[in-house]
Design a protein around this ligand. Sequence first.
Ligand code: SAH
Length: 351
Amino acid sequence: MNEDALARKLAAEHSLTLEEYEALISGRNKDTALYLADEAVKVRERIYGKDVFVRGLIEISSYCKNDCLYCGIRRGNKNAERYRLTEDEILTCADEGYDLGFRTFVLQGGEDAYFTDERVCAVVSEIKRRHPDCAVTLSLGERTRESYKRLRDAGADRYLLRHETADREHYARLHPPEMSYDNRMECLYTLRELGYQVGCGFMVGSPYQTARCLAEDLAFIERFRPEMCGIGPFIPHHGTPFGGEAAGTLEMTCFLLSVIRLIHPPVLLPATTALGTIDPRGRERGILSGANVVMPNLSPVSVRKKYELYDNKICTGEESAQCRGCLEARMESIGYKIVTSRGDAAGFEQK
Ligand code: SAH
């Protein structure tokens, strides 16, 4: 089958084989991309209408024990300025976010030993106590089953853990030897078992990524059927071993957003900050390719520049209200509207 036939098959059946995904990616052209974006938007609008969900992102710590080769806050980056928010600061961010209409908070950070189960549980349960109508999402990397269970019991609803790549060899080229593909995948299944709504995801255009790697990502998404899937372009950070590599493209990211929407129609798919960083209208283009979530930054402005995963990250100088307003206007400019519900995945009953 040529890419045209493959695109039509995907739109009709929501499924391709690994080889077919690979051929679709390698053979893609402007027409297949336009066709898939059109189909993806139709599918998305059937389920979610013109609604775009917002998640308030609170970056709680830039300390990290890991040394991922792509990431600006890797422990090996000795020039990174480190910070961590106090419990009070996190709660203040959430309170401010609540007043701005946010009903989902994402606490994200490096793998920082300071954030023990006890500390994270305390923050999570306090946010849930103050704002029982809100969902709390955690994105704190790999932890033990016991830890994930305690956080879940404390009230965490969702967990974002990008698988980064579903290709074992590729994983090994993006991470130091002490990090394990198997453990990362295992974490995702554990989180699901514990009743979290789970988000996986990967970077587009990371070094050594091939069409085959991306096909494996897509096949994994088809198998795993995550509630959420975060994809954004890889962007080099000057203080990492990949500092001189090329960034992923808007074109490829948008193409994959459309494909993922068609593979798994109800998936929550953010138009990421990284997409907005490589193109001034990247997030709008993401929504018009099938995404339905945006994640404005609620971190205190004083620390924003220090959570620098990649160079030239946008939204590091604005107050939360400005970020919220800016995204609202951007969504309106393309005929979409930001909604302030918890924004659970369709078909996922609130527990
Ligand atoms: N420590 C947490 C959060 C990681 S930061 C965890 O392990 O899940 C969130 C995501 O940012 C990462 O999963 C990665 O996919 C992405 N990221 C890191 N460095 C990046 C870069 N240079 N360009 C684009 N995205 C990057």
